[in-house]
Design a binder for this molecule. Structure first.
Ligand SMILES: *Cc1c(COP(=O)(O)O)cnc(C)c1O
Length: 177
Protein backbone atom coordinates (compact mmCIF):
# COMPACT_ATOMS: atom_id res chain seq x y z
CA UNK A 1 0.00 0.00 0.00
CA UNK A 2 1.45 3.34 -0.94
CA UNK A 3 0.84 6.43 1.11
CA UNK A 4 3.37 8.40 -0.89
CA UNK A 5 2.05 7.96 -4.39
CA UNK A 6 -1.46 8.24 -5.63
CA UNK A 7 -2.68 6.55 -8.75
CA UNK A 8 -5.07 9.08 -10.14
CA UNK A 9 -6.42 12.55 -9.82
CA UNK A 10 -9.89 13.61 -10.87
CA UNK A 11 -9.62 14.73 -14.46
CA UNK A 12 -6.42 12.74 -14.87
CA UNK A 13 -5.74 10.12 -17.49
CA UNK A 14 -6.16 7.10 -15.28
CA UNK A 15 -9.52 5.92 -16.55
CA UNK A 16 -7.96 4.59 -19.75
CA UNK A 17 -4.92 2.36 -20.20
CA UNK A 18 -2.32 5.03 -20.80
CA UNK A 19 1.46 4.59 -20.66
CA UNK A 20 1.99 7.87 -18.83
CA UNK A 21 0.18 6.50 -15.80
CA UNK A 22 2.76 3.85 -15.25
CA UNK A 23 5.82 6.04 -14.58
CA UNK A 24 4.82 6.98 -11.02
CA UNK A 25 3.62 3.45 -10.53
CA UNK A 26 7.03 1.98 -11.29
CA UNK A 27 8.64 3.93 -8.44
CA UNK A 28 5.95 2.87 -6.00
CA UNK A 29 6.25 -0.69 -7.23
CA UNK A 30 10.03 -0.69 -6.72
CA UNK A 31 9.49 0.52 -3.15
CA UNK A 32 6.95 -2.24 -2.54
CA UNK A 33 9.36 -4.93 -3.76
CA UNK A 34 12.06 -3.49 -1.47
CA UNK A 35 9.66 -3.94 1.43
CA UNK A 36 8.88 -7.53 0.44
CA UNK A 37 5.47 -6.81 -1.10
CA UNK A 38 4.20 -7.82 -4.54
CA UNK A 39 1.82 -5.05 -5.52
CA UNK A 40 0.89 -1.48 -4.68
CA UNK A 41 -2.59 -0.39 -3.63
CA UNK A 42 -3.30 3.19 -4.57
CA UNK A 43 -5.39 5.58 -2.53
CA UNK A 44 -7.38 8.49 -3.91
CA UNK A 45 -5.36 11.60 -4.72
CA UNK A 46 -7.61 14.05 -2.85
CA UNK A 47 -8.17 12.62 0.62
CA UNK A 48 -5.58 9.85 0.42
CA UNK A 49 -7.75 7.39 2.27
CA UNK A 50 -10.06 5.73 -0.22
CA UNK A 51 -8.86 2.54 -1.91
CA UNK A 52 -8.74 2.90 -5.68
CA UNK A 53 -6.94 0.03 -7.36
CA UNK A 54 -3.64 -1.77 -7.78
CA UNK A 55 -1.05 -0.88 -10.41
CA UNK A 56 -2.66 -2.96 -13.14
CA UNK A 57 -5.63 -4.50 -11.36
CA UNK A 58 -8.95 -3.58 -9.80
CA UNK A 59 -9.77 -4.68 -6.26
CA UNK A 60 -12.68 -6.44 -4.53
CA UNK A 61 -13.60 -7.06 -0.90
CA UNK A 62 -15.68 -10.01 0.34
CA UNK A 63 -17.63 -9.67 3.59
CA UNK A 64 -18.93 -12.18 6.12
CA UNK A 65 -22.52 -11.82 4.84
CA UNK A 66 -21.32 -13.02 1.41
CA UNK A 67 -21.55 -9.59 -0.21
CA UNK A 68 -18.79 -7.98 -2.26
CA UNK A 69 -17.71 -4.41 -2.68
CA UNK A 70 -15.41 -2.71 -5.16
CA UNK A 71 -14.40 0.94 -5.51
CA UNK A 72 -16.69 2.99 -7.78
CA UNK A 73 -15.60 4.08 -11.26
CA UNK A 74 -14.39 7.62 -11.83
CA UNK A 75 -10.67 7.76 -11.24
CA UNK A 76 -9.99 4.06 -11.71
CA UNK A 77 -9.65 1.96 -14.82
CA UNK A 78 -12.98 0.33 -15.71
CA UNK A 79 -11.49 -3.15 -16.01
CA UNK A 80 -13.16 -5.82 -18.09
CA UNK A 81 -12.36 -8.36 -15.40
CA UNK A 82 -13.99 -6.09 -12.81
CA UNK A 83 -17.17 -6.01 -14.91
CA UNK A 84 -17.14 -9.77 -15.40
CA UNK A 85 -16.75 -10.42 -11.67
CA UNK A 86 -19.61 -8.08 -10.81
CA UNK A 87 -21.82 -9.95 -13.30
CA UNK A 88 -20.82 -13.45 -12.14
CA UNK A 89 -21.17 -12.61 -8.44
CA UNK A 90 -24.61 -11.04 -8.94
CA UNK A 91 -25.74 -14.06 -10.95
CA UNK A 92 -24.66 -16.23 -8.04
CA UNK A 93 -27.04 -14.20 -5.88
CA UNK A 94 -24.42 -12.10 -4.15
CA UNK A 95 -24.87 -8.41 -3.45
CA UNK A 96 -22.14 -6.36 -5.12
CA UNK A 97 -21.72 -2.74 -4.06
CA UNK A 98 -19.66 -0.20 -5.96
CA UNK A 99 -18.77 2.02 -3.05
CA UNK A 100 -15.94 3.96 -1.47
CA UNK A 101 -13.91 2.03 1.10
CA UNK A 102 -11.10 3.51 3.17
CA UNK A 103 -7.82 1.97 4.18
CA UNK A 104 -8.80 2.45 7.85
CA UNK A 105 -12.07 0.60 7.31
CA UNK A 106 -10.20 -2.17 5.50
CA UNK A 107 -7.86 -2.57 8.47
CA UNK A 108 -10.72 -2.48 10.99
CA UNK A 109 -12.85 -5.00 9.04
CA UNK A 110 -9.88 -7.34 8.63
CA UNK A 111 -9.28 -7.19 12.39
CA UNK A 112 -12.92 -7.71 13.37
CA UNK A 113 -13.44 -10.56 10.90
CA UNK A 114 -16.18 -8.70 9.05
CA UNK A 115 -13.94 -8.79 5.99
CA UNK A 116 -13.34 -12.34 4.82
CA UNK A 117 -11.33 -11.87 1.64
CA UNK A 118 -9.75 -9.28 -0.59
CA UNK A 119 -8.56 -9.91 -4.11
CA UNK A 120 -7.21 -8.08 -7.14
CA UNK A 121 -8.35 -8.76 -10.68
CA UNK A 122 -7.23 -7.98 -14.20
CA UNK A 123 -6.78 -9.65 -17.56
CA UNK A 124 -3.20 -10.72 -16.84
CA UNK A 125 -3.58 -12.53 -13.50
CA UNK A 126 -7.40 -13.01 -13.62
CA UNK A 127 -7.79 -13.00 -9.81
CA UNK A 128 -5.02 -12.73 -7.21
CA UNK A 129 -5.97 -13.06 -3.55
CA UNK A 130 -4.56 -10.38 -1.23
CA UNK A 131 -3.30 -12.03 1.95
CA UNK A 132 -1.46 -9.19 3.60
CA UNK A 133 -1.33 -5.42 3.44
CA UNK A 134 1.84 -3.55 4.43
CA UNK A 135 1.54 0.09 5.30
CA UNK A 136 3.38 2.75 7.23
CA UNK A 137 0.63 2.61 9.86
CA UNK A 138 0.99 -1.14 10.37
CA UNK A 139 0.66 -4.38 8.43
CA UNK A 140 -2.43 -6.57 8.55
CA UNK A 141 -3.56 -9.92 7.21
CA UNK A 142 -6.77 -10.93 5.45
CA UNK A 143 -8.20 -14.48 5.58
CA UNK A 144 -5.18 -15.57 7.58
CA UNK A 145 -2.95 -14.72 4.63
CA UNK A 146 -4.51 -17.49 2.54
CA UNK A 147 -6.44 -17.50 -0.74
CA UNK A 148 -10.16 -17.13 -0.06
CA UNK A 149 -12.90 -19.44 -1.31
CA UNK A 150 -14.93 -16.74 -3.04
CA UNK A 151 -11.88 -15.39 -4.90
CA UNK A 152 -10.80 -18.84 -6.03
CA UNK A 153 -14.34 -19.82 -7.03
CA UNK A 154 -14.74 -16.73 -9.19
CA UNK A 155 -11.30 -17.30 -10.68
CA UNK A 156 -12.22 -20.86 -11.65
CA UNK A 157 -15.48 -19.68 -13.19
CA UNK A 158 -13.74 -17.02 -15.30
CA UNK A 159 -10.98 -19.35 -16.44
CA UNK A 160 -13.53 -22.03 -17.35
CA UNK A 161 -15.39 -19.53 -19.53
CA UNK A 162 -12.11 -18.38 -21.12
CA UNK A 163 -11.09 -21.93 -21.94
CA UNK A 164 -14.52 -22.93 -23.20
CA UNK A 165 -15.15 -25.40 -20.36
CA UNK A 166 -18.17 -23.45 -19.16
CA UNK A 167 -20.85 -21.90 -21.37
CA UNK A 168 -20.21 -18.29 -22.33
CA UNK A 169 -23.70 -17.02 -21.60
CA UNK A 170 -22.56 -13.37 -21.68
CA UNK A 171 -20.91 -13.50 -25.14
CA UNK A 172 -17.61 -12.47 -23.55
CA UNK A 173 -15.55 -14.66 -25.87
CA UNK A 174 -14.57 -13.38 -29.30
CA UNK A 175 -13.11 -15.66 -31.89
CA UNK A 176 -9.64 -14.43 -32.90
CA UNK A 177 -8.58 -15.61 -36.35
C1 LIG B 1 -5.38 -3.07 -16.81
C2 LIG B 1 -5.74 -2.41 -15.58
C3 LIG B 1 -6.81 -2.88 -14.78
C4 LIG B 1 -7.59 -4.14 -15.08
O1 LIG B 1 -8.30 -4.05 -16.28
P1 LIG B 1 -8.73 -5.37 -17.12
O2 LIG B 1 -9.51 -4.79 -18.26
O3 LIG B 1 -9.55 -6.22 -16.23
O4 LIG B 1 -7.46 -6.04 -17.54
C5 LIG B 1 -7.12 -2.15 -13.63
N1 LIG B 1 -6.43 -1.04 -13.28
C6 LIG B 1 -5.39 -0.57 -14.03
C7 LIG B 1 -4.66 0.65 -13.60
C8 LIG B 1 -5.01 -1.24 -15.20
O5 LIG B 1 -3.99 -0.77 -15.93
Amino acid sequence: MSENYTGAAIGGTRAVKCGGNYAALLRAQAEAIDRGCDQVVFLDAVQRKYIEELGGMNVFFVFEDGSLSTPPLGTILPGITRDSIIALAREAGRTVREEAYTIDQWRADAASGKLKEAFACGTAAVISPIGKVCSASGDFEISGGKAGEVAMGLRQQLVDIQYGRAPDTHKWIRKVF
